[in-house]
Design a protein around this ligand. Sequence first.
Ligand SMILES: [Zn+2]
Ligand SMILES: [Zn+2]
Length: 410
Amino acid sequence: MLNPEVNLRRALDRSALLEPAAIRHAAEALEDTVRLHRRSLHRHPELGFEVYATAAYIESVLDRLGIPHRRVAGTGIVAAIEGAGPRCIGIRADMDALPVPEAPGRDGYRSEIPGRSHACGHDGHVAVLLGVAELLVTAGELPGTVSLYFQPAEEGPGGAAPMVAAGAIDDPAVEAVMALHVTNTLPAGVVGLRAGPSTGSDDSFRIVVHGSGGHAAHPDAAVDPIPIAAGIVAALQQVVTREIDPVQPVVLTFGTIAGGTRHNVIATSVELCGTFRTLHAHNRELLRRRIPEVVRALAAAHRAAADVVIEHGYSPGANDPWLTELITESARAVLGREQVVHRPDPSLGGEDFYEFGATGLPVSMFLLGIANPTIGIGAPTHSPNFDIDEAGLPAGVAVFVEAARRFLTA
Ligand SMILES: [Zn+2]
Ligand SMILES: [Zn+2]
């Protein structure tokens, strides 16, 4: 195998670096380095804000590259590569993993922590951003400043808002922020973009139906919460289909139902947990109001009581049209038009990246394909079988660098 650093140096022609072809070439030369980063991170998945080893790994790479960095919001990292011009753009990578046990396989890069894995591909996001950092410092003088954000807790409770609150986007003062998310829905190295609405709100709820226990043979002497819980599952789906404009996307999913101890005992309570996602603020408000109303009324109708707690999640995310167009053109320039596709529809997945734009800053996130059925990679994110064809990652490096170059010289 070629030494990645020698490979990169060979690929770089400093005078020509700021051309798309040279950027693509340099990004491809970083493939081995990016794969190494991804696999190192993949072996040590960490959760939430507790991404200590991940942050230490990132800091060691930044130190090696001579890039100054600081901590924000605990384990968040801001690193700035300063250049000559006045403009400044940010790029964000989330760094946390999931409590998802990894399926067998992955020779040489299995998760070493039982019950946890990088099933959302954030190890790939960090690897790409470290590749961007290496390409930018090796490129010589930049036409402006690029700020790198390594963000914890995307899977919850949310690390973007605390990083923004801690001044991540103020020092240096960035004018826009980009991000990517890997996806199994596109072939490795293909980029998908859409301007406008991109991700949904993701509030969650916890319902407890309180009955009174008793003997299974004598329901008349008890209040059975299980049929009430079943009625709640159906009634809330009916709110979605009957009270919301059907051309406006909304999804409500129950993730857990728990209650009872034995086949011949009437349960005393049942707990139901779930999530609802919307693109429109008025639908989000409607569900926040109607879920407790319907649940309490249904429980009361059957002589029971119910508690409902709604936890507010991330807000819907939208991609700034101008910035998205700039990234689209950058991707076409470095990858070729056939490698860049329009995403026709938003997702109702939640994503806290858009908190970087909460104060009005233009933000845009694109999807980077990592699927490759010929080597068995294509499972969805959050599944135990999720994996990344790392050959697709240099495309992300190239798109970020070209988009940053265009932004800084626009
Ligand atoms: Zn995820
Ligand atoms: Zn994710």
